[in-house]
Design a binder for this molecule. Structure first.
Ligand code: C2E
Ligand code: SIN
Ligand code: SIN
Ligand code: FE
Ligand code: FE
Length: 356
């Protein structure tokens, strides 16, 4: 007798009029199996297979002789369905039948005419094995889903940490942290316009807030100095890209990798006059060339401990003036095209008025 689980198994009976499939069906139903699906048209088997995802297929050997090989191969190739055991209905003592069936990957045989008890035993055996296999399979899928979920959560928390790191660096000389919100958005907009993929733009959006993480290593006396830096102070200030790159060294994610690249080279200039290495043109990673424009535009139009905010017109004029010397001309061009959109975002993310 089938167990409750086996009773629900879907069984296909495949053959032509020469086999007494209705008799087979009656035997199986008689002991509690769900009524099997009888298929006599070879062309129908694949559609039924997709619809019902059978747990067992009983197929007449004559059918296998005609088209069995192609059909079974086709069934195996259907995705998302665990390929069920196939049993062949063979003529008694026909060695040729058996070899043929084995060659097709058939799991077991049932002799015609049917012996009721033997038939039921063999069907149950195959179903038990298959159902166990399917349970393992489902369990595996469930595990994979769980791992995926955890990975997403991990990525989320990594992003969160990274955002907080960026903000920690900002808080010292730029209390609200809005600078990095604005500049990372400008950078992502420019990257998009320059043809970066959605994934790359998103990466840049999350990586660019860490460009000044190295300012953590700069003493307050320098970072917060109200006036101009003397040469020694300036020399120390110029270490912040290298300090940042060290902090972000050996990251194992694309995000940290890009963040490190940006921290290291966001003060390089197109004409080679920047720091720390004096890289020029395309030697500078494009991500950093983009961030340079976004960062300077926002730094200029923001108040800093050492300077007042510039009017937008003046900041735009500086970008254009320095296009080809400080900045990559292509990036400036895209910045200019995006200016209306950039200004809308800026006006929605301004520092609150002091005292209000
Ligand atoms: P930051 O204040 O975030 O400025 C980022 C970049 O924006 C600067 O990189 C510079 O390219 C541009 N920028 C900002 N303000 C001005 C400005 O008034 N005029 C012009 N022409 N460009 C400006 P830079 O120069 O490599 O400076 C890196 C960082 O060094 C600055 O980041 C800031 O934290 C510090 N720093 C630079 N100059 C001074 C200064 O005179 N006094 C103090 N206390 N810090 C300074
Ligand atoms: C800041 O830390 O205040 C801004 C950093 C930058 O714009 O370079
Ligand atoms: C890219 O990811 O498309 C460019 C990266 C880079 O140049 O920094
Ligand atoms: Fe910087
Ligand atoms: Fe910045």
């Amino acid at each position: 007798m089938p167990t409750q689980q086996l009773e629900k198994a879907r069984i296909f009976l495949v053959g032509d009029a020469s086999t007494d499939l209705p008799l087979l069906a009656r035997i199986l139903e008689g002991v509690g199996y769900t009524p099997p699906i009888i298929i006599t048209d070879p062309l129908e088997i694949i559609n039924h297979y997709r619809e019902f995802a059978p747990d067992l297929i009983l197929m007449d050997i004559s059918f296998l002789y005609i088209d069995g090989f192609n059909v079974l191969a086709e069934l195996r190739a259907v995705e998302g369905i665990t390929y069920p055991p196939v049993m062949a209905l063979t003529r008694q003592n026909c060695q040729e039948d058996r070899l043929m069936a084995l060659a097709e990957g058939v799991r077991d045989f049932i002799n015609k005419p049917f012996d009721r008890v033997e038939l039921l035993m063999r069907v149950m055996n195959q179903l038990e094995v298959h159902m166990a296999h399917r349970m393992v399979q489902n369990h595996k899928m469930e595990l994979e889903r769980l791992v995926q979920e955890r990975t997403n959560a991990l990525n989320q928390s990594r992003l969160e940490i990274v955002r907080r790191l960026g903000r920690a660096a900002e808080y010292r000389d730029n209390e609200t942290g809005l600078h990095i919100i604005r500049m990372s958005k400008y950078a992502a907009l420019m990257a998009r316009s320059l043809g970066w993929s959605d994934t790359e733009c998103e990466l840049l959006l999350h990586a660019s807030p860490m460009h000044d993480i190295g300012k953590i290593g700069i003493p307050d006396a320098i970072l917060l100095k109200p006036g101009k830096l003397d040469p020694t102070e300036w020399e120390i200030m110029q270490r912040h890209p290298l300090i940042g790159a060290e902090i972000l060294e050996d990251g194992d994610s694309d995000l940290l990798h890009m963040a490190r690249l940006i921290a290291l080279s966001h003060h390089e200039k197109w004409d080679g006059s920047g720091y720390p290495y004096g890289l020029a043109g395309p030697q500078i990673p494009q991500a950093s060339r983009i961030v340079a424009v976004a960062d300077v535009f926002d730094a200029l139009t923001s108040t800093r401990p050492y300077k007042k905010a510039w009017p937008i017109e003046d900041a735009v004029a500086l970008l254009q003036d320095q296009s080809g010397s400080h900045f990559d001309p292509e990036v400036v061009e895209h910045f200019m095209r995006l200016l209306p959109e950039i200004l809308v975002f800026r006006s929605q993310n301004l520092e609150p008025e002091i005292g209000s």
